[in-house]
Design a protein around this ligand. Structure first.
Ligand code: NAD
Length: 332
């Protein structure tokens, strides 16, 4: 029995978390959960976005399933995600974007995994007002952070039967910073002769992703490009609503949907739990329960293909609970 930590979050967070945990139980995932309320509602009640016991639980269990939270506005908060990434050195943000039967798009064959470096680049947030009309922002790229994310991308390609890793950069302009990222990529690529590798400049990547999305497989890049390019890949598959993600570090792993807390539909029982469910499949794979993840993925694919019980965001009229039950009835 594996124990994981679960953050319930705000808005649709509690509804989609309940649906996902029910499906995980129905699939006999053999996990127990330490569940915590985190986020804006928790802050209003108890004065902290994340209660101390929730941190302690994550530090003990090392694996976290996190549902979205509402970022309190105007209270000087650092994003909770940035806090978690930095506190637990969750340096690899992995976003798989795979076309699916429920959402028809002009790009039916998209199957791309983005590896985004999560801890440095312009996101270190070091800005300096030089004078009234000039601001400098510092971009930090280090060998250590670049090596580990690039190596992870190749290891992932190897273990997931992927054939190619593309390095995305702007080394033609940023010759030192992106230049170092690229040269590290080339050195590491040479250690994986069985995996094809290439590199492309980020602006070209944006065009090529739309013109020839099937020429991409796994991509690895510094933080800022990863933020933008992974949203582009979400657009190719029909939006953020079906996008899971993992944030991995050396000791800790956090899995979450890419979308937010959707306050506009909270409590209406129409939220689509698929992105969080797919995130939980990534979690199951991370802890070695690949068979259970495959069974859940297959059941979801069948329900989405049938289009009988799909939620309103995908054009259906099923409730979160009807969709949940449909997935459970397809578990084999
Ligand atoms: P959002 O992703 O919450 O919602 C955008 C639109 O997509 C809304 O119309 C919403 O109803 C819909 N939507 C999102 N997820 C859905 C789902 N699972 N099923 C059906 N429809 C869904 O983005 P937003 O409105 O910009 O942000 C709302 C709050 O979420 C903000 O406070 C923001 O800061 C926060 N947020 C949190 C995270 C996170 O915790 N990881 C990520 C993004 C945004």
């Amino acid at each position: 029995m594996t124990t994981i930590t679960v953050f319930k979050g705000d808005g649709i967070g509690p509804e989609i978390t309940d649906a996902v945990l029910t499906i995980l139980d129905a699939a006999h995932s053999d996990m127990t959960y330490e569940i915590f309320n985190v986020g804006a509602a928790e802050y209003e009640k108890n004065g902290a976005l994340i209660p101390e016991e929730a941190f302690t639980s994550f530090e003990k269990n090392k694996v976290l399933l996190k549902s979205p939270i509402t970022t309190p506005i105007g209270k000087g908060f650092r994003s909770l995600n940035v806090t978690l990434r930095n506190k637990y050195d969750l340096y690899a943000n992995i976003r798989p974007a795979k076309a699916n039967a429920a959402v028809s798009t002009p790009f039916p064959n998209v199957d791309i995994v983005t590896f985004r470096e999560n801890t440095e680049d312009l996101y270190v947030g070091i800005e300096k007002q030089i004078d009234e009309n000039t601001v400098h922002a510092i971009k930090i790229i280090t060998r250590k952070a670049s090596e580990r994310i690039i190596r992870d991308a190749f290891e992932y390609a190897l273990s997931h039967d992927r054939h190619k890793v593309t390095c995305v950069h702007k080394a033609n302009i940023l010759k030192l910073s992106d230049g170092m990222f690229l040269s590290i990529f080339k050195k590491i690529a040479a250690l994986y002769p069985q995996i094809e590798s290439d590199d492309k400049i980020v602006d070209n990547v944006c065009m090529q992703l739309v013109m020839h999305p099937d020429s991409f497989d796994v991509m690895v890049m510094p933080n800022l490009y990863g933020d933008i390019v992974s949203d582009l890949t979400s657009g190719l598959i029909g939006g953020l609503g079906l996008l899971p993600s993992s944030n991995l570090g050396t000791g800790y792993a956090m899995f979450e949907a890419v979308h937010g807390s959707a306050p506009d539909i909270a409590g209406k029982h129409i939220a689509n739990p698929t992105a969080l469910l797919w995130s939980s499949c990534m979690l199951l794979e991370y802890i070695g329960k690949n068979n259970i993840a495959s069974r859940i993925r297959r059941a979801v694919d069948e329900v989405l293909s049938e289009k009988r019980y799909i939620t309103p965001d995908l054009g259906g009229n099923a409730s979160t609970e009807q969709y949940r039950d449909a997935v459970i009835s397809h578990l084999k």
